[in-house]
Design a binder for this molecule. Structure first.
Ligand SMILES: [Zn+2]
Length: 216
């Protein structure tokens, strides 16, 4: 069997969770471009700077470098039966790369209402002391806002305020639109849309149903 998927969705859509389930069920690796870049900080790019230097300066890594690193990763033996790419491509330029280097079977878009995303992400809390993570609605601590492990008062990640989340949603939504436009009408790379609003188990059932059609 072989399955090459790309999974897209806004922050908080649950794509990481679904990607993990796909990885486990089909025995294919869950690959994220962010991890690839973090694992290749020493890689020297065409400009002479390393990937690490570019990231540390807050600049985007070029499409060419992403293509090189991605194709190297996908050539590793664990990708022999396919993979699930998480959060890639994010923009049109990356969609072109993906088209060139991966030969993907389908794109899976997990679509969640933006109100729902705000609720999911603004209720995330972490323990500043032991790094435990909670969700005030889905995975609350026993005592409100207090860490179960160590009794420390929980905090919100700086990135998880409503304002920051809206910023992230806005640029990622534009990117997803670009990617969908790029693949629109491309019969070799069909886009499957799954409603990500219901509970995780229901989303998972729907994901499996559409993904089954693309297993070779
Ligand atoms: Zn703690």
């Amino acid at each position: 069997m072989s399955l090459k998927l790309s999974i897209l969705g806004l922050p908080g859509a649950g794509k990481g969770t679904q990607a993990d389930k796909l990885s486990e069920t089909y025995g294919i690796p869950h690959i994220s471009m962010g991890d690839i870049l973090r694992n290749n900080k020493e890689f020297e790019t065409e400009s002479g700077e390393t990937v690490g230097e570019i990231i540390d300066a807050g600049n985007p890594v070029t499409a060419k470098t992403c293509a090189t690193l991605l194709s190297t990763r996908l050539d590793e033996p664990d990708c022999a039966d396919g993979f699930v790419l998480d959060g890639f491509p994010r923009f049109q330029e990356q969609a072109e790369i993906m088209d060139d280097v991966t030969g993907i079977d389908a794109i899976l878009l997990i679509k969640v209402d933006e109100d729902n995303i705000l609720e999911r992400l603004t209720k995330r809390r972490i323990c500043p002391d032991c790094d435990a993570s909670y969700h005030l609605k889905f995975d609350p601590p026993e005592q409100d806002e207090i860490c179960d492990n160590c009794g420390t008062e929980l905090v919100q990640r700086e990135d998880d305020t409503a304002e920051k989340i809206e910023e992230r949603i806005s640029w990622q939504r534009d990117g997803i639109e670009e990617v969908l436009t790029y693949f629109d009408g491309d019969e070799d790379t069909p886009v499957e849309v799954v409603n990500g609003n219901p509970p995780i188990s229901e989303v998972w059932n729907n994901v499996q149903e559409v993904v089954e059609k693309h297993v070779n």
